[in-house]
Design a protein around this ligand. Structure first.
Ligand SMILES: Nc1ncnc2c1ncn2[C@@H]1O[C@H](COP(=O)(O)OP(=O)(O)OP(=O)(O)O)[C@@H](O)[C@H]1O
Length: 313
């Protein structure tokens, strides 16, 4: 049994190679118990392969995994009953109701008790907010409802950990919100959630922790506030004297400056904005516009991954 202090998931040097290519390259994941851990990275960065190894669906080339206190894959049969997973989505029958679909999946699970099935199915449907639609056919469900039914399938027995691979992928904004609310409420119940996404904006609001993948490597990991504070404040100003402005800003500590036309950008300064404006004016630089942009997670990730994360949705 994992103690409350033990991480829900920990990997050491986890590696997977396909044809000599390191698709997952020595990653040390640390998913605290009780966290909502956003596993973020562009398509192809190795998230799904990592998740498949965690769930015992793929064998690591090297490295170790401990999940809920048990070694994976060696003790995967012990740990899997405590883990709900949504990977690639279960195959639902379009003509059957949500409830009938869950009954089919539950019946196919040799470890679940058929006597308690109706109650467990009702609880899972309730949990994801689909009780009212339980008798509707799957094919008339909205995208968000379909995805929530997929999560319900992972909740047919009580779980300590939920692993969701891109649960918001392809959803419209409404569906994305539904899934986010569901993750929030599952976390409030004490379930640890690992949720992958290639879109920061889709999961940022629900996560307590983030891990960022780039080309098979885990390039950042930690509590979301800690990662956010790694960002740099950016000053932006408009002036008729950009060259002079840059000289002043550099003297005041800016280590990154650029200008285009009358717009000057500067990073790496920690002076109060009013002190910067005063120094500019004292140096004869006319300031037409001045803004300070607080660091965003988006900026941090662009720096880490070398590419922008989609901010839609
Ligand atoms: N069975 C396999 N054989 C060979 N290459 C594979 C296999 N599975 C995955 N890959 C490759 O490994 C890389 C990482 O894939 P993976 O699916 O883990 O990334 P991902 O971050 O989950 O991206 P996506 O969001 O697109 O699924 C990709 O280049 C993919 O083509």
């Amino acid at each position: 049994m994992a103690t409350p202090e033990a991480p829900a998931i920990r990997t050491t040097g986890l590696t997977k190679t396909f044809g000599g290519r390191r698709v997952v390259d020595g990653i040390d994941l640390d998913v605290p118990t009780g966290s909502v851990y956003g596993f973020l990275g562009p398509n192809g960065s190795g998230k799904t392969t990592t998740i498949r190894m965690l769930l015992g669906l793929a064998r690591p080339t090297a490295g170790e995994i401990t999940m809920l206190g048990s070694a994976v894959p060696a003790q995967v049969t012990r740990v899997l009953p405590r883990v709900g997973a949504l990977v690639e989505g279960p195959a639902f029958h379009p003509q059957l109701s949500g409830r009938a679909n869950l009954a089919r999946l539950d019946a196919a699970d040799a470890t679940s008790d058929p006597r308690t099935a109706p109650e467990r199915i009702a609880t899972a449907l309730e949990r994801v907010g689909l009780q009212h639609a339980r008798d509707k056919r799957f094919r008339v469900y909205s995208l968000g409802m379909k995805q929530r039914l997929g999560i319900a399938a992972g909740l047919l027995v009580p779980r300590d950990l939920l692993v969701l691979d891109e649960p918001t992928n392809g959803l419209d904004p409404q569906g994305t919100r539904e899934v986010r609310h569901l993750i929030d409420s599952l976390a409030a119940d004490g379930i640890t959630v690992l949720v992958s996404s290639h879109l920061l904006s889709e999961i940022e609001q629900v996560c307590t922790h983030l891990g960022v993948m780039r080309e098979g490597r885990l390039v950042a990991q930690g509590p979301i506030d800690q990662l956010r504070s790694q960002g740099r404040t950016l000053l932006r100003l408009r002036t008729g004297e950009p060259a002079e402005a840059i000289t002043v800003l550099r003297r005041m500590g800016a280590d990154e400056t650029s200008h285009q036309g009358d717009t000057v950008l500067a990073g790496g300064m920690d002076q109060a904005p009013e002190a910067v404006v005063a120094a500019l004016v004292a140096a004869g630089v006319g300031v037409r516009e001045f803004t300070v942009r607080a660091p965003s997670l988006e900026d941090v990730f662009i720096g880490l991954t070398g590419e922008g994360f989609d901010v839609s949705g």
